[in-house]
Design a protein around this ligand. Structure first.
Ligand code: COA
Length: 257
């Protein structure tokens, strides 16, 4: 598939998506969100791809937010539709994907950019990254899941400070908040994420998908996460991956999933 606003590639078991609007600091317009949806679905459906790494092109920004120029004249109904459609099409899609997604946060991750990183399963930042939810400075609130996922990751007090000040935090602050898992240099960012992705890719894709679903259940009030875990645990038995994983252990060899 060919895209105008993103680049999607793959190598071995790793899929790569690069948001490619560097002149607009990779801001998420409608077309980019649609392309990201298509790329995530396509890579997720490819059984060879076991991890997806998402990043922004250029050295300045991961994503500087939703594209403000597209919604500046919206009314309340259009605003609601924008958030609902975006959450369904991209942010929830990413969070619920069975293929793990690593966000390589290579610069500004603001508004929808931080929300995209937070919807991803793992975040790694470069030292120059700056993160924030500046929506209140525009007379808005975060609409792509930010009011929900930020407190889940950093706690209510820190989330409310970030949201109400609209300020940016540094990569090191984000690390101390638990908002990102690692901070590395800009030059090392992609290779670090690739190494992390390769470690994940050695494990059972079936089990990884089930683990993501069970962890997500902890944040879904409509289900009991412990029960989801029990069911998902049980369903692993009898699968080819379970057979291979346990046989390999008993035969003292590496599993080949
Ligand atoms: N939507 C649309 N365009 C954006 C954008 C966004 N969220 N963020 C940056 N851009 C555009 C700028 O308008 C500018 O375009 P232009 O060259 O055609 O004028 C270009 O990207 C470069 O941005 P600029 O502001 O000149 O870069 P800077 O280095 O001076 O500042 C930021 C960088 C990130 C601090 C600044 O761009 C910014 O505050 N962006 C908006 C962040 C935001 O509020 N995000 C939440 C949106 S809900």
């Amino acid at each position: 598939m060919s895209y105008q606003n993103i680049v999607a590639e793959h190598e071995d078991h790793l899929g790569f998506i690069t948001i490619d609007r560097p002149k607009k600091l990779n801001a998420l317009n409608k077309a980019t969100i649609k392309e990201l949806h298509d790329a995530f679905v396509t890579l997720d459906e490819d059984n060879d791809i076991r991890v997806i790494i998402i990043t922004g092109s250029g050295e300045k920004a991961f994503v500087a937010g939703a594209d403000i120029s597209e919604f500046a004249d919206f009314d309340a109904k259009q605003g609601k539709n924008l958030a609902a459609k975006g959450q369904k099409e991209l942010f929830d899609l990413v969070a619920e994907l069975s293929t793990p997604v690593i966000a390589a946060v290579n610069g500004f991750a603001l508004g929808g950019g931080l929300e995209l990183a937070m919807a991803s399963h793992i975040r790694v930042a470069s030292g120059n990254a700056k993160m924030g939810l500046p929506e209140v400075s525009l007379g808005l609130i975060p609409g792509y899941g930010g009011t929900q996922r930020l407190p889940q990751l950093v706690g209510k007090g820190r989330a409310l400070e970030m949201i109400t000040t609209g300020g940016m935090i540094t990569a090191d602050q984000a690390l101390s908040y638990g908002l990102v898992n690692h901070v590395v240099s800009q030059e090392e960012l992609l290779s670090f994420c690739e190494d992390l992705g390769s470690k994940i890719a050695r494990n059972s894709p079936m089990a990884i998908g089930a683990a993501i679903k069970a962890v997500n259940a902890n944040y879904d009030e409509s289900v009991n996460g412990f029960k989801v875990e029990i069911a998902a645990f049980g369903n692993c038995f009898g699968t080819e991956d379970f057979e291979e994983g346990t046989s390999a252990f008993l035969e003292k060899r590496k599993p080949n999933f």
